[in-house]
Design a binder for this molecule. Structure first.
Ligand code: CAO
Length: 218
């Protein structure tokens, strides 16, 4: 099923992929502190729930990237909800469970839901309605490696964010180089719907939010 869908999406969607990096040095400190607390209640707090929350906010601000093209390609459909799909690598292949209404959930709730969905996907217990209705997808290979990749859009969505491995890199602050944890992001968009300029504005919002706003989300 994945093979046929990937082939269709690759052939029918004119992809544009934008690349950027976010400084997540502060976010990682915050995540590690919170992670120690959430582990006590059995919740694994990775970077992904933060990303899901920030992307959900960004999609509310940039609704074009949360839209889809009608079947004939003549009309744009704007969604009044934000459902984020997350690509999960399983022994049975790639699954994309969906965190529904991610914009209305807190980071800890998203983390718990993501943990449960991942276990269900990996044990082949996921239900049909848990893999349906996504409006945008995140595909994270960050725990494995890569500096960048071109993720394939999941039709009828118009955007997908690829996440690669964060690494310490020197960043110039105007006076000196500082070691910062830089997270590579790859945003693929359906170019029939979204132009590169809007994509860059969206990506700028996401990288700024990752750099500055983490503290406000709790
Ligand atoms: N950079 C550096 N390290 C990262 C990272 C990143 N972007 N993302 C995760 N990590 C590290 C973290 O250190 C984390 O450990 P700690 O929390 O203890 O510090 C560790 O990786 C474990 O991450 P994880 O993989 O267990 O959890 P996750 O929430 O990051 O990802 C899931 C969950 C389900 C998305 C992931 O396991 C997975 O299946 N990814 C594959 C996606 C995929 O195949 N996409 C398709 C690509 S095209 O075919």
């Amino acid at each position: 099923i994945s093979g046929a869908n990937l082939q269709r999406n690759w052939v029918r969607i004119p992809h544009i992929t934008l690349f950027d990096e976010a400084d997540i040095t502060n976010l990682e400190v915050l995540r590690k502190n919170k992670k120690a607390q959430t582990e006590k209640i059995g919740i694994k707090l990775s970077l992904l729930p933060f990303l899901i929350k920030i992307i959900a906010g960004a999609l509310k601000k940039y609704p074009l990237i949360n839209s889809s093209l009608s079947h004939e390609g003549e009309n744009l459909i704007f969604k009044e909800y934000v459902h984020i799909g997350v690509a999960v690598d399983t022994p049975q292949g790639l699954y994309v469970p969906v965190v529904h209404n991610a914009d209305q959930k807190g980071i800890i709730d998203i983390a718990q839901e993501l943990n449960e969905l991942t276990v269900k996907a990996r044990t082949a217990k996921i239900k049909a309605d848990e893999i349906k209705g996504g409006t945008f997808t995140i595909s994270s290979l960050g725990s494995l490696g890569t500096t960048a990749f071109s993720p394939i859009i999941n039709m009828p969505e118009v955007g997908i964010l690829g996440v690669s491995k964060a690494r310490i890199k020197p960043q110039w602050d105007g006076k000196e180089f500082k070691p910062c944890l830089m997270l590579p992001l790859s945003l693929s968009l359906d170019h029939r719907v979204v132009d590169g300029a809007e994509g860059v504005r969206f990506l700028n919002f996401v990288t700024q939010a990752l750099q500055n706003l983490a503290e406000l989300l709790f």
